[in-house]
Design a binder for this molecule. Structure first.
Ligand SMILES: [Zn+2]
Length: 208
């Protein structure tokens, strides 16, 4: 057995770069500064990210098909899906809010899912195509995720606000649970993806 060469490993928590000579199989090295586990690459990154992404795609369907909330005022009310909510916001002239909800609830989660799928496929097939741009795409996907929670925050604020007046009530629907699950799953998927894999492929001969 030959001694493996020393590896430079970046701590994903505190960003300290340490020189690690040996990582035991199944074990991990510890960051000397913050104590976080160091790994050369995130373990099973591809499989984990795929699993989370597929689950998010499946839940994206009920999130858009089922009502996200029901507004009952004076005893009357109809359940609203994300799309019908956007439509009724536009009908009542609340354009900025309609645009915000449309972007945060439909566009952003879908772009995130598609972006991560593209990254996964590109790493799986060891593409040499625009690694820098793909790394930037990963950073955007990771940063933008939490903003899709706006919809869930809006529902929870509305539910709390409207409960105070007896005239109207707002009930969160089944769609809201699925939607929150989609957002959380994509956030975990972005976290479990290891962008260093993009650059690993660059060091291997092109298979295309
Ligand atoms: Zn650290």
């Amino acid at each position: 057995m030959t001694t493996p060469p020393a590896l430079l490993i970046n701590c994903t928590t505190c960003r300290l770069v340490s020189r690690v000579r040996f990582i035991p199989t199944g074990g991990s090295a510890i960051c000397p500064r913050c104590g976080a586990h160091l790994s050369h690459r995130k373990p099973n990154s591809l499989a984990r990210t795929w699993a989370l992404i597929i689950a998010a795609y499946i839940l994206y369907i009920p999130a858009n098909v089922y009502p996200i909330m029901t507004v009952i005022s004076f005893g009357k009310g109809e359940p609203d899906t994300i799309i019908s909510g956007v439509q009724s916001l536009m009908a009542s002239g609340m354009w900025p809010l309609a645009v915000l909800v449309f972007f945060a609830s439909i566009t952003v989660p879908l772009i995130k899912l598609l972006g991560l799928t593209l990254l996964l496929i590109s790493v799986q097939y060891k593409w040499h195509w625009r690694p820098r741009q793909r790394t930037i795409l990963y950073r955007i996907t990771e940063a933008v995720g939490r903003w899709s929670m706006i919809d869930i925050f809006m529902i929870s604020i509305l539910v709390a606000l409207v409960r105070l007046e007896a005239i109207a009530t707002i009930e969160p629907g089944t769609g809201a649970t699925s939607f929150a699950a989609v957002v959380v799953l994509t956030m975990f998927a972005a976290m479990s993806f290891d962008p260093r894999l993009i650059w690993d492929a660059m060091e291997q001969p092109n298979v295309e």
